[in-house]
Design a protein around this ligand. Structure first.
Ligand SMILES: C[S@@+](CC[C@H](N)C(=O)[O-])C[C@H]1O[C@@H](n2cnc3c(N)ncnc32)[C@H](O)[C@@H]1O
Length: 82
């Protein structure tokens, strides 16, 4: 998945270590495993106006020379995205 060239509103969802949304592949127009739709589902009741966030689940340290700090501000913040 690469939203660099094009994408939809999903590209604006930020990461949180305590997210209110989770992501799951669903198969809508084909059962070909290479072409899932990436769907977001609420994992808790979300009050209108609350920012939607999901857990990017990146492997910290997996990109050599790249450090990305997490600013989600949650109580369970892991401190880094990458
Ligand atoms: C898919 S974009 C999310 C939308 C982005 N914030 C924007 O304004 O376009 C992913 C990027 O947002 C930033 N980001 C998202 N969640 C973050 C977080 N919890 N802490 C720090 N940066 C975050 C990082 O730079 C990350 O690479």
């Amino acid at each position: 998945m690469d939203a660099k060239g094009s994408g939809n509103i999903g590209r604006y969802l930020n990461h949180s270590c305590m997210p209110n949304v989770f992501v799951q592949n669903v198969f809508v127009d084909t059962h070909d495993l290479r072409f899932p739709w990436v769907a977001f589902f609420a994992q808790t009741y979300i009050i209108a106006g609350t920012e939607l966030t999901w857990d990017y689940n990146y492997d910290i340290g997996s990109v050599e020379g790249k450090i990305k700090y997490c600013y989600c501000g949650s109580l369970k913040c892991r401190g880094r995205l990458l």
